[in-house]
Write a protein that binds this ligand. Sequence first.
Ligand SMILES: *[C@@H]1O[C@H](CO)[C@@H](O)[C@H](O)[C@H]1NC(C)=O
Ligand SMILES: *[C@@H]1O[C@H](CO)[C@@H](O)[C@H](O)[C@H]1NC(C)=O
Length: 232
Amino acid sequence: MMLLPLAVVLLAAFANAEPAINEARPHSNRPGRFLSLPIPQKCANRPKQFNFRGHNYFYSGHVPAHANQKVDWLDARNICREYCMDLISMETQEENNMIFRLIQQNDVPYIWTSGRLCDFKGCENRRDLEPKSLYGWFWSANREKMAPTNQVPNGWGFNPWSQTGHKKVRQPDNAEYDINGTNESCLSVLNNVYNDGIAWHDVACYHEKPFVCEDSEELLNYVASTNRGIRL
Ligand SMILES: *[C@@H]1O[C@H](CO)[C@@H](O)[C@H](O)[C@H]1NC(C)=O
Ligand SMILES: *[C@@H]1O[C@H](CO)[C@@H](O)[C@H](O)[C@H]1NC(C)=O
């Protein structure tokens, strides 16, 4: 059986991500939550609303099964993952602006992305991530590091993080920590909530929001390799 080792590797990767989930919800009354595994039937029939560079995407508000649904960051990831997708990662300005246009044209108040602060178990002793507010952010869907938050990312014409927020300082500002000790460890795109246009903000992960899913090559490859003949 050639397939078992791959499955084991992938399951190990999922298990590694699990502590992050608990750390993300220090006051959670839903402890021990896990990342969901893909469901082959849902992957094969996943919503494909638009396509960019070979990846399919959907905005939850435009999918009947998820319209009006607002969920916390992990639930959003897991809804996407059952479709062999994950929350969106905006690595390029082109992809970012595609999402900004979607938000603008549909008057979407905010969305979850896969952006995450590396502040959980496994992120300790990483000098390259310090200080966390500048160097600690990454796309959890593909584990790619983001540019330092105070810099214009390579190849971009602007810094997508907002210049303002609850504390009237540039983002990320971890503002909710000052209010009640909850860290703002997840990345949301907010639509003019602080009279700042459409921009990136750090937000506590328990907030409930609509979301954008993007194809996950890792999950699609996994389901393709374990379901002979499946059309994805
Ligand atoms: C939450 O934020 C505070 C203030 O920045 C920081 O001291 C603390 O280490 C953070 N918690 C985690 C789990 O990173
Ligand atoms: C933190 O404070 C906000 C705003 O007052 C509140 O909505 C939220 O439930 C609090 N979060 C926790 C985990 O106590």
